[in-house]
Design a protein around this ligand. Sequence first.
Ligand code: T3D
Length: 266
Amino acid sequence: MKFETITYSVDAGVARLVLNRPERLNSFTDAMHEEVRQALTALEADATARVLVLSGAGRGFCAGQDLNDRSVASDASSDAAPDLGASVEKNYKPLVLRLQNLRMPTVCAVNGVAAGAGASLALACDIVVAAKSASFLQAFGKIGLIPDTGGTWFLPQRVGMARAMGLALLAEKLPAEQAAAWGLIWTCVEDDALSATVDRIAAQFAAAPTKALVRTRQAMRASVNNDLETQLDLERDMMRELGRSHDYREGVAAFMAKRAPQFKGE
Ligand code: T3D
């Protein structure tokens, strides 16, 4: 597919969506939101895709909303003032929900700074791998906003309230290495190892029992609101479903035959 602000491709089960406005650190315009929506629609319809890899072109991952589109009138109460709630409702909220509900695992390669909604977008992915020179910045506080795109949900859950509060209120860059040490992301690797690390994970997911990975994601997330008994019930129901799947039968058959499994994602 041909896009102006992103690139999108699928090869060997791996879908790659690259935010591609490097001169603006891949910040989001309405056009980019629209193209991301189109790419995700294509991805959802593509039976060959088993994993989504999200990354940014150039030296940054994503600097959140393009603030050139937010040159606010001096009188904030004037009709010219943008309705950020409408922007969140139309663009950022559905983007997070779509990623979280995707029928395949998502991997984010954070190649450089991830700021504002860009940081939250990375955290909306299942696995986040960051280059050592990358960083995470809750830039919102610096321009009079709150961490959106799920920031106020992801941060306290991943790093605890004290660190979440510090990150959001002080709006200081969190280096990737510290982000990994705090449990905000899966791992941090040397800059020149980022592509190979992400490719390895993507290849593993492209050959994995996809449905089981997706149910795992759902169960993990549901645990936040469930008591133990409810969670045990959920696990029972998912085990019942997966026990009837092709990939479970294949996994057991491959184990017994001492061969590599051929999962179909079904
Ligand atoms: O509005 C809504 O719809 C509601 C939703 C909002 C969600 C949000 O994301 S709000 C938060 C918006 N993002 C920010 O506030 C981050 C702004 N950017 C920065 O603070 C810094 O650029 C960084 C810390 C991310 C990186 O700093 P640095 O020194 O590495 O790079 P730089 O020189 O600041 O940026 C490079 C270029 O990208 C520069 O342009 P220039 O001078 O070379 O022509 C800069 O203006 C541009 N750029 C970076 N971020 C944005 C941007 N241009 C527009 N919008 C940006 N967000």
